[in-house]
Design a protein around this ligand. Structure first.
Ligand code: PLP
Length: 235
């Protein structure tokens, strides 16, 4: 049996080569794209395996589950991102354990972060597909302008946006969602004269498309580690 770390290394090599191809196609430098390993449902050894393969950024979508593993490994072991929905009562623990909150989707969460005088790196989640089951702010430029305005007022470091592409068989829907997020980001940068460099978009089935639409981080679970027994996506 192939050791976990060897399996992850092989999978990662194939991922990097797909990223390089996608980047070449649109004239981007593949070095500006970060691979985040999403280790939800897996034990802490999966984080260790990813880090041993050179991955720095780890995504967990439940604060309590991720927090347990982070406690086991130490907060300095990697850069930990909370990528799932965040409830107000979880903010305290999330701030303690995670470096980045990547799925902030309510103004009350922004207020709560500020109230606790914390300044984690923040991404706002946007529901680009409009699917009801998905979390995130609606892709409304006026609304997002006011949310970002409030975050600026509170001096919170919002770095950009995260989205989960729509569930559909043909990939044109995903590509459109990623394109929409980039266009939205560009117009918010202009309207507010701020820099919002991070676009976290693309998962195991659609990361090459996301790269073509400007992703700076792709979030990969199955593609690195194989299938999960439970399929929780951001719920
Ligand atoms: C689970 C999850 C991922 C990774 O999904 P895969 O399809 O396994 O690559 C990425 N982002 C979020 C928000 C997730 O919940």
């Amino acid at each position: 049996m192939l050791k976990l770390v060897d399996k992850v290394r092989d999978n990662l090599e194939a991922v990097y080569s797909e990223i390089a191809d996608a980047a070449a196609e649109c004239g981007r430098d593949p070095g500006e794209i970060t691979v985040m390993a999403v280790t939800k449902t897996h034990p802490a050894e999966y984080i260790t395996a990813a880090v041993e393969c050179g991955i720095l950024h780890i995504g967990e979508n439940r604060v309590s589950e991720g927090g347990r593993k982070i406690k086991e490994l130490g907060k300095d072991y990697a850069v930990f991102h909370a990528i799932g929905v965040l409830h107000r009562k979880e903010v305290r623990q999330a701030l303690r354990d995670f470096h980045w909150l990547d799925a902030v989707d309510k103004i009350e969460i922004i207020e709560e972060i500020a109230r606790r005088k914390a300044s984690p790196q923040i991404l706002l989640e946007v529901n680009t597909s409009g699917e009801e089951a998905k979390m995130g702010f609606p892709p409304d430029v006026v609304l997002l302008e006011s949310v970002l305005g409030r975050a600026l007022e509170l001096e919170l470091p919002v770095q950009g946006f995260l989205t989960v592409g729509p569930l559909c068989k043909d990939l044109s829907g995903q590509r459109k969602a990623f394109e929409d997020l980039r266009v939205l980001r560009d117009s918010l940068e202009t309207r507010l004269s701020v820099s919002l460099p991070e676009l976290s978009m693309g998962m195991s089935d659609d990361f090459a498309l996301a790269v073509k639409e400007g992703a700076t981080t792709v979030r990969l679970g199955r593609r690195l580690f194989g299938y999960r027994e439970t399929c929780q996506v951001n719920l």
